[in-house]
Design a protein around this ligand. Structure first.
Ligand code: NAP
Ligand code: ZN
Length: 362
């Protein structure tokens, strides 16, 4: 059934019946599920979902790669839709607005981190969009592979007027997760930057790095992606499996954004950093093989990590993408193609983000 229906007037009066796709166990495919969304609280926004992106983190969670998945789980944290109802205290959003939701749906909003716009590091723990206990009811959150969602107003971003709504969803995770470290470390005009891994995050890293004025190189394991990388704005391409190419690039970069989704050796990438260069790892790795200390000491290098980004920074990123016309490269799928999409994601066969079009049925 198509889901671009009229706004749901019953949303203000009680819990609503929701449809989604989730999985019951790490080795089970996703399947249609029905459940209830909570009744609107005063500061809640109800959203009819039009598009949902598929992040590699969805796959990690569905397969319990990080342990801690509570089944059944309904993933999805790259969400775009239309506001269908708002609680009595909501002033920032109106029925009919096009809005977006990313990886978080709530936090204490009172600690130093929340007040600083770093809700992701809320002292009480932020509530993630799926697989996370709701702060008030304790029920486990269900994500964006659903027809509608109810989210605290602060965590709902505005999709700027004129944006192509069909392509916005991946910005809510792949976009902010790559934008945030670029901003934290002042990547801009004159920065020699490299991105490791041309996937969902990596391709946004290239686009955003170029938009901020950096000279961007892509470091890939897939020779066939070289042409795409240049089309996305990369000035150079290095094949990481080619020792000669890696050696020739020693000490070339100021900043490396590493998006590899599996545990891997980092010494080879560290050797590409020049004086006081930094590598930021955004891949959510369960473990990290050791690396040689001298890789850091020589050339004063640093290695660190970065977790999504805050809500104000997410809105800033959306506004920048609207202004500069920056969009992910997306492959649209129907909800019932999600299992095939997961298999293709595992095989590194996506150019460069799957987006579920809810109008094609759920
Ligand atoms: P993705 O679309 O699967 O892209 C990952 C890319 O890494 C692939 O396209 C591939 O690029 C490269 N790669 C894959 N396997 C590799 C291997 N064995 N060795 C070297 N390179 C490999 O994944 P994604 O959605 O961008 O997510 C990337 C990672 O970031 C995941 O672990 C995800 O959970 C994590 N993540 C973290 C945050 C955060 O807040 N820090 C937020 C979102 C996602 P090439 O073909 O170019 O080599
Ligand atoms: Zn994600």
């Amino acid at each position: 059934m198509a889901t671009t229906a009229e706004p749901r007037s019953e949303a203000t009066t009680g819990p609503t019946k929701a449809k989604g796709w989730g999985t019951d166990a790490p080795d089970q495919p996703l399947r249609p599920m029905e459940f209830e969304r909570r009744a609107l609280r005063d500061d809640d926004v109800a959203i009819q979902i039009t598009y949902a992106g598929i992040c590699h983190s969805d796959l990690h969670t569905a397969r319990n790669d990080w342990a801690g998945t509570q089944y059944p789980v309904i993933p999805g944290h790259e969400i775009v839709g239309k506001v269908t109802a708002v609680g009595s205290a909501v002033t920032r959003h109106r029925v009919g607005d096009t809005v977006a939701v990313g990886c978080m749906v709530d936090s204490c909003m009172a600690c130093d981190q929340c007040l600083d716009g770093w809700e992701v590091f809320c002292r009480e723990g932020c509530t993630q969009t799926y697989n996370s206990p709701d702060r008030r009811s304790g029920e486990i959150t269900k994500g964006g592979y659903t027809d509608h969602i109810v989210v605290r107003d602060h965590f709902v971003c505005k999709v700027p007027d004129g944006m192509d709504e069909a392509k916005v969803a991946p910005l809510l995770c792949a976009g902010i997760t790559t934008y945030s470290p670029l901003r934290q470390y002042g990547v801009g005009q004159g920065t020699k930057m490299a991105v490791v891994g041309l996937g969902g995050l990596g391709h946004m890293g290239v686009k955003l790095g170029v938009a901020l004025g950096a000279s961007v190189t892509i470091i890939t394991t897939t020779p066939e992606k070289g042409e795409d990388a240049r089309a996305l704005g990369a000035e150079d391409v290095i094949l990481s499996t080619d020792a000669a190419q890696m050696e020739a690039a020693a000490t070339r970069f100021d900043f490396i954004l590493n998006t590899v989704p599996v545990p891997h050796e980092i010494d080879g990438y560290l050797s590409l950093l020049g004086r006081s260069g930094r590598m930021v790892i955004v891949g959510a790795l369960t473990q990290m093989p050791g690396f040689v200390g001298a890789s850091l000491i020589w050339w004063n290098r640093a290695v660190g990590g970065s977790a999504i980004g805050g809500i104000p920074e997410t809105q800033e990123m959306l506004d920048l993408c609207a202004e500069k016309g920056i969009y992910p490269e997306v492959e649209m799928i129907a909800m019932n193609e999600v299992n095939e999409a997961y298999e293709r994601l595992l095989k590194n066969d996506v150019r460069y983000r799957f987006v579920i079009d809810m109008a094609r049925g759920i």
